[in-house]
Write a protein that binds this ligand. Structure first.
Ligand code: NAD
Length: 264
């Protein structure tokens, strides 16, 4: 077969519904012949994730709360039992109390700071450590970041600090796992209207701002992110690790919009 992902098995963590970025990546991988397993957090999301998994021929649908080590143990034990190996993992998971995604960052509370770091940062390292023994022939890990890691974005607050730590984790993990042939990268996606994004204040305005200021003059879709995810997860990305790939219509490259192309 000429399919890019033929013979590859991947774990997709972070699908909440058909608008999830993880679903965009899962669709792109499934279309290229990947065999997928999905995790979901909580019974409410199981009802959404199961039919999506079935639609791409994936019987392996596992409960997993990344802050619960028993649940992580059970999830990776199930993968090890069902599959003879693992080739890739998508980590598209983050959380903050939305009350803390408004007002000044200095009001961030310690409990939410720690929980945000646990769910949004530590969990990726935990997943990498657990995936490594299953990736006997090398592999590829991808997590999702946002420009708020690099520059201040309105309301992003503790999540920006968490994404900066996540991007640093990508580099440390890439160094650790490179000798095992395991690549570790992040996609820094432009804003997309998802369940998680609904917790961010002024999100409609942020979408509009990006559309008006990005070189491509449009927002990205989960299909755009899916295609770039496919590149990093497949052998097309074979020389790429420790990278943060911006999939944002070029927004991060612009210092000031050319007035000639503004204000239509
Ligand atoms: P989403 O709501 O569809 O996905 C977020 C997922 O995180 C959900 O599936 C949720 O169940 C999961 N999650 C939260 N806490 C968890 C826990 N304790 N255990 C297991 N799973 C947990 O939203 P999305 O926008 O697709 O988010 C995916 C990733 O993309 C996140 O890391 C997010 O920060 C990142 N991202 C989003 C945007 C955007 O604009 N939507 C932009 C850049 C990066």
């Amino acid at each position: 077969s000429t399919q890019l992902m033929a013979g590859k098995k991947g774990l997709i963590m972070g699908v909440a519904n058909d608008r999830s970025i993880a679903w965009g990546i899962a669709k792109a991988c499934a279309a290229q012949g990947a065999q997928l397993a999905f995790t979901y957090q909580g019974d409410a999301l199981e009802r959404r994730v199961r039919p999506l998994a079935e639609s791409v021929g994936s019987p392996l649908v596992l409960s997993c709360d990344v802050t619960d080590s028993d649940s992580m143990d059970a999830c990776f034990a199930a993968i090890a039992k069902e599959w003879d190996g693992l080739d890739f993992v998508v980590h598209a998971i983050a959380f903050s109390d939305k009350e803390e995604l408004k007002g000044p960052y200095y009001n961030t509370t310690l409990p939410n700071f720690l929980n945000c770091m646990h769910v949004s940062v530590y969990s990726f390292t935990d997943v990498a450590r657990r995936a490594q023994p299953l990736m006997k022939e090398g592999g590829s890990l991808v997590t999702l970041s946002y420009y708020g890691a690099e520059q201040v974005m309105p309301h992003y607050n503790v999540m920006g600090v968490a994404k900066a730590a996540l991007e640093a984790s990508v580099r440390y993990l890439a160094a650790d796992l490179g000798p095992n042939g395991i690549r570790v990268n992040a996609i820094s996606a432009g804003p997309i209207k998802t369940l998680a994004a609904s917790g961010i204040g002024d999100f409609r305005l942020i979408l509009r701002w990006n559309e008006l200021n990005a070189p491509m003059g449009r927002n990205v879709t989960i299909e755009d992110v899916g295609n770039s995810g496919l590149y990093l997860l497949s052998d097309l990305g074979s020389g790429v690790t420790g990278e943060v790939l911006h999939v944002d219509s070029g927004y991060h490259t612009v210092g000031m919009l050319n007035p000639a192309s503004a204000g239509e």
